[in-house]
Design a protein around this ligand. Structure first.
Ligand code: BES
Ligand code: MN
Ligand code: ZN
Length: 494
């Protein structure tokens, strides 16, 4: 999808569809009043008849019959003026775009940001809403629908100064949304395509085009390093594991990097502790953490953020093949800690623990892992927030703040000592699973043991990586959650 900016008046701007924000408090906006006058009161009539009330995310498409230069107007509700937030604007922009999908209209122009006072934050929110809502994964639908999707959006500015002030923000927002699309594509790809090898290829390709250093560690190298936990998980599958390292240097040489680790289980059947069949197909999304950190790297390098960033992806498939690891097995992690396996379906923490230990060599300024780690997190927070845990309140607070700004909200759970009891093993240093109680926390606690002395945080995106129903700017399917959040966080530290 393309996004452009243009200096033009709403009434005289020619386009197939003009997107206009409307308040629930009535048509009080000067922009809207001017449009409505040209439209001989069509908008006021809709409000009067209560056919359209400006309620958040409600949209109404009007034909203009040549009364203004645009062929159509899409009115979209912004809710009450006093309740406007960047996320409401993001949602309204998504809803406006959704109102056009399937109608054959390929281009539209927007003055939605003007309702949000027109500042750069409002511009960013509307561009995000439009670009994120416009995503679809239709690579495998061989008979494409006749009416395609919107491919071009234009953001209108009343004068050259406003356009100038927002232009670079529009370009940056487009770069970040492209990275979200990249992450969504990776997650949407089925498991027979998106194998560990495929993830490694996409990482190499992306790194090549952006001048990022990329190293792929193969099984032999992992063996040499003693990554016993990651290797054990990979053994039930014929797909070889890959350990992806992306290294971007945008800061000074001495500056310690931020290290991001993403869970890259390209399919999670549960292994010998096999998952039930129903819904198992969704477990192709178990590499959404990997997609999030790879997308973050893509955006950070495109934006040339002035910091050093390392991305690590331990990638494997968790299947119950003949060589699979088993309940009762004891593994040697790279950190030297031994792990008793009580459930082979708690595989994410095993691939992550070796990656977290591998990260120690970078002496990271902050170490953050992202993972679709626990079903318990889906139960606790549903699709509306990711879980966050960590060993540094400053870091978890910065991440939560980035979550509020981006609409990728986080909720913190405690990692009190007592939770460690859940992982005590009779035969090894720890068990890999702590049972049903506090499932998200015991998983976080397990990871904490491998963070060393570093400032570390863990994001559990099990509930937020895949949208079941479809929301204004989150079409059904992969959300690409984490990319916008982490970019916002990185902007704050660089
Ligand atoms: N990938 C799953 C977590 C998951 C479950 C993500 C549902 C999204 C939706 C993870 O590997 C897993 O299976 N976790 C187990 C852990 C348990 C065995 C301790 C779980 O949550 O059931
Ligand atoms: Mn699992
Ligand atoms: Zn998993």
């Amino acid at each position: 999808m393309n996004v452009a900016t243009k200096v033009d008046e709403a009434v005289s701007h020619a386009c197939p569809a003009l997107l206009v924000g409307c308040w629930e408090d009535g048509p009080s906006d000067p922009q809207l009043n001017q449009l409505d006058a040209a439209l001989v009161g069509a908008v006021a009539a809709l409000y009067q008849q209560r056919e359209f009330t400006g309620k958040l995310n409600r949209a109404k498409l009007l034909h203009t019959f040549g009364r203004i230069a645009a062929d159509r107007v899409v009115l979209v509700g912004l809710g009450k003026q006093s309740e406007l937030t960047p996320d409401r604007l993001r949602q309204a922009a998504g809803s406006a775009l959704n109102a056009l999908q399937g109608s054959g209209i390929r281009e539209c122009s927007s003055i939605l940001h003007l309702a949000g006072r027109g500042g750069t934050e409002a511009v960013q929110a509307t561009v995000e809403g439009l670009l994120l809502a416009g995503y679809a994964f239709d690579k495998y639908q061989t008979s494409q629908e006749e009416n395609g999707r919107v491919s071009d959006v234009t953001i209108l500015f009343p004068d050259a100064a406003a356009n100038q002030a927002a232009a670079s923000r529009v370009a940056e927002t487009k770069a970040v949304c492209d990275a979200v699309w990249f992450a969504r594509d990776l997650v949407s790809q089925p498991g027979n395509v998106a194998t560990p090898t495929y993830l490694a290829e996409r990482a190499r390709e992306m790194a090549g085009s952006l001048g990022i250093r990329c190293t792929i560690l193969e099984r032999e190298e992992m063996e040499r390093l003693g990554m016993g936990a990651l290797l054990a998980v990979s053994r039930g599958s014929h797909q070889p594991p890959k350990f992806i390292v992306l290294d971007y240097r945008g800061g000074s040489e001495q500056q310690p990097p931020v290290v991001l680790v993403g869970k890259g289980i390209t399919f999670d059947a549960g292994g010998i502790s096999l998952k039930p069949g129903e819904g198992m197909e969704k477990m192709k999304d178990d590499m959404a953490g990997a997609a999030a950190v790879m997308g973050t790297m893509m955006a950070a390098a495109t934006l040339e953020l002035p910091l050093n960033l390392v991305v690590l992806v331990p990638a494997a498939e968790n299947l119950p093949g003949g060589g699979a690891y088993k309940p009762g097995d004891v593994l040697h992690s790279m950190a030297g800690k031994t792990i008793e396996i009580v459930n082979t379906d708690a595989e994410g923490r095993l691939v992550l623990c070796d990656a977290l230990h591998y990260a120690q060599q970078y002496r990271p300024a902050a170490l953050i892992d992202v993972a679709t780690l626990t079903g318990a997190c889906v139960i606790a927070l549903g699709p509306f927030a990711s879980g966050v845990m960590g060993n540094d309140r400053g870091l978890t607070r910065e991440l939560r703040e980035a979550g509020e700004l981006t609409g990728e909200r986080l909720w913190e759970l405690p990692l009190w000592e007592e939770y460690g009891e859940l992982l005590k093993s009779d035969i090894a240093d720890m068990k890999n699973a702590g049972g049903r109680s506090a499932g998200t926390i015991s998983a976080g606690w397990f990871l904490k043991e491998f963070a060393g002395g570093n400032k570390w945080a863990h994001l559990d995106i099990a509930g937020t990586a895949w949208e079941e129903k479809g929301r204004p700017y989150l079409p059904k399917g992969a959300t690409g959650v984490g990319v916008r959040l982490l970019i916002q966080y990185l902007r704050g530290v660089s």
